[in-house]
Design a binder for this molecule. Structure first.
Ligand code: DCP
Ligand code: MG
Length: 582
């Protein structure tokens, strides 16, 4: 709740004007029945001459119209203020939450899941927004209608209090009972919505795979299940709410009858006039209506509470990976792993890497080789601190990576991820992700080094060719080379290729290596690969097996000393017919 107030603070003036204008509207609403009763008692049933009575009706009628216009103006102003506050408030909150999501570490976003983060950023914040808009207006409205109505009713005749004493407790109990059962369900609804969103997300982004494996039916089923679960929970809530209003209506109608009965008796006893009974009927309706509104508001409040809790969870998550404060700067880019061990937080502490000792020198290419799933990606992820190691330390230029400012650290490291991620935009824009201010020539040079120049020139619009979402309009190898160009343009001290040449043919790959060697003379290059042919020209090769480094050296040395390396070499030679490996 305090979080919500924090976001309301900048708009306090509007947040104040909104209920104030509402007071105007409700006051006018409360005056109307009184004037109406005057028309009946003094005008229609008045004791004066007909002409005089008509004059009175007309005058009071015009007054009523004037008041209702005033009320209308108040209503419009209140709605305008309320909506403005709610929209701006929601906008700020969404921006902050997005900002937070951008700064969370991988292990934290893994925990929330993408689908849930999307729901929290959209649906949940909208629910809070609606709640703010409503509460600014409705709390005042119902409160005034309720208390004002009671005051007016009792002023007309104290005996009407009898009706209130009975009907109010009944109504409040009904509302309380139903809301008590409905409130916990709102949180459940949001969780079910998370699941639906997760499935939609996975399937829309993975549409191609789904089709390729003809998994449509399966996925449609999975979505269907999540969707029906969402519906069932929603139905439960709606059923509860559906019985609420009819019960309240019965109480209300009974109360109106009671008022007419009591009023009739009073009129008979000459203690009251007919017009006042009419006014009393309107007031009791307003009072009980406001209790009904409280029921509706509770619904919104519980929904907003559930949502606020979920948004707060995101806002309160402190990134576990944050800036170091040594103020050190990366100068050469020498990377060292010292006794590094690492386990993912989710896999119950089972180590993926154990006791890694390894050094990558500036100006050299260090290759990392190993079977799939052995922990190569996990190892290099520790350098830009996508994850932090659980034991030991990762050093750059002798300083622990945790002591650098994240910006300083990451701006000096170019990473070409295993899965190329491109964005919708032109070829040049995508490469410029590496450096916004790069000149056209620099972009071109990066593309040349990455062996991308040739196919880019082949496009009709060259560097201005539009790339569709996630680079779907490019081949796998083209995407890889675009990502390489992007990383090179960044002019990093350390350049990491995570299996980034897997989709290139061997001759293109050899050209890429030659270009890297020629143009990036003082960069530390770390290259992960599955094929020995991709790495045999590297200065040093580290072989990972059983979570640790089992062999280290040049190709020639490893052929001599490492049985694991020789085994991989000969098995790949057999697969590729020998020619490509040599
Ligand atoms: N792993 C995990 N949680 C993650 C990522 C990976 O539990 N968020 C596990 C899966 C593997 C192990 O860690 O068992 C090592 O994964 P890597 O991605 O580091 O493996 P590689 O990069 O070596 O495999 P590949 O060659 O297939 O890319
Ligand atoms: Mg990998």
């Amino acid at each position: 709740m305090s979080k919500i107030f924090k976001y309301l603070k900048p708009y306090w003036l509007f947040a104040l004007l909104c209920p104030l204008s509402m007071i105007l509207e409700v006051s006018m609403d409360l005056i109307q029945p009184q004037l109406m009763s005057n028309i009946v008692d003094n005008g229609i049933l008045g004791s004066g001459a007909l002409d005089e009575n008509l004059q009175y009706v007309l005058r009071t009628g015009i007054l009523m119209l004037g008041f209702s216009l005033l009320g209308c103006a108040g209503g419009i102003a209140s709605a305008a203020f309320g909506t403005t506050v709610a929209q701006k408030f929601g906008n700020d909150m969404r921006k902050d939450t997005f900002d937070k999501v951008m700064h969370l570490s991988f292990q934290q976003t893994d925990k929330f899941t993408t689908g849930s983060l999307v729901t929290r950023l959209t649906n949940d914040i909208t629910a809070i927004q609606q709640f703010v808009a409503m509460s600014l207006r409705m709390f005042v409205r119902t409160g005034m209608q309720f208390l004002g109505g009671i005051a007016c009713l009792l002023t007309l005749n104290v005996n009407f209090g009898l009706v209130l004493i009975i009907s109010l407790p009944v109504q409040l109990t009904v509302v309380a009972l139903i809301m008590k059962r409905a409130a916990p369900l709102f949180g459940v609804v949001q969780n079910k919505l998370d699941k639906v969103n997760s499935i939609v997300q996975e399937n829309v982004t993975g549409a191609r795979v789904v089709k390729a494996f003809t998994r449509e039916e399966y996925e449609i089923d999975r979505f269907g299940n999540a969707n029906s679960e969402l519906m069932e929970t929603n139905m439960k809530v709606q059923k509860l709410l559906a019985i609420l209003n009819p019960i309240l209506m019965v109480v209300m109608n009974a109360s109106v009858m009671a008022i007419i009965l009591i009023g009739g008796l009073q009129v008979e006893a000459k203690a009251m006039e007919v017009g006042s009974v009419m006014a009393a009927v309107t007031y009791i309706t307003q009072i009980l209506m406001s209790v009904m509104m409280v029921g509706m508001m509770f619904q919104q409040v519980s929904r907003a509470m559930a949502s606020a809790k979920r948004v707060k969870e995101v806002l309160d998550t402190e990134p576990v990976i944050f800036d170091g404060n040594s103020g050190a700067k990366i100068t050469e880019g020498k990377v060292e792993f010292k006794n590094v061990s690492f386990a993912y937080p989710n896999t119950s502490g089972k180590p993926v890497l154990k006791n890694i000792n390894l050094t990558a020198q500036p100006g050299q290419m260090l290759a990392i080789l190993g079977s799939t799933g052995c922990g190569k990606t996990s190892l290099v992820n520790l350098i830009p601190r996508f994850y932090d190691c659980t034991d030991g330390e990762v050093l750059i230029d002798g300083v622990n990576v945790k002591d650098y400012k994240l910006d300083d650290l990451r701006s000096n490291i170019g990473v070409v991820l295993q899965k190329s991620e491109l964005f919708s935009g032109t070829v040049a824009e995508n490469i410029r992700w590496g450096d916004d201010n790069a000149s056209d020539d620099e972009v071109k040079l990066a593309a040349q080094t990455a062996q991308a120049e040739e196919f880019i020139q082949g496009f009709t619009d060259g560097y201005d060719t539009m790339i569709s979402e996630k680079g779907a309009s490019l081949s796998g190898g083209q995407k890889q080379r675009m990502s390489i160009a992007r990383a090179i343009l960044k002019k990093p001290k350390i350049l990491i290729f995570d299996d980034s040449t897997s989709a290139l043919d061997l001759s293109t790959e050899a050209k890429l290596h030659a270009a890297l060697r020629e143009r990036l003379t003082d960069v530390t290059v770390i290259m992960i690969a599955q094929r020995i042919a991709s790495v045999m020209r590297a200065d040093k090769i580290a072989v990972i097996d059983k979570s640790t480094i089992c062999a280290f050296g040049t190709h020639a040395e490893l052929m001599q000393t490492s049985k694991v390396y020789r085994d991989i070499y000969y098995s790949q030679m057999k697969e590729e017919g020998g020619a490509s490996v040599g």
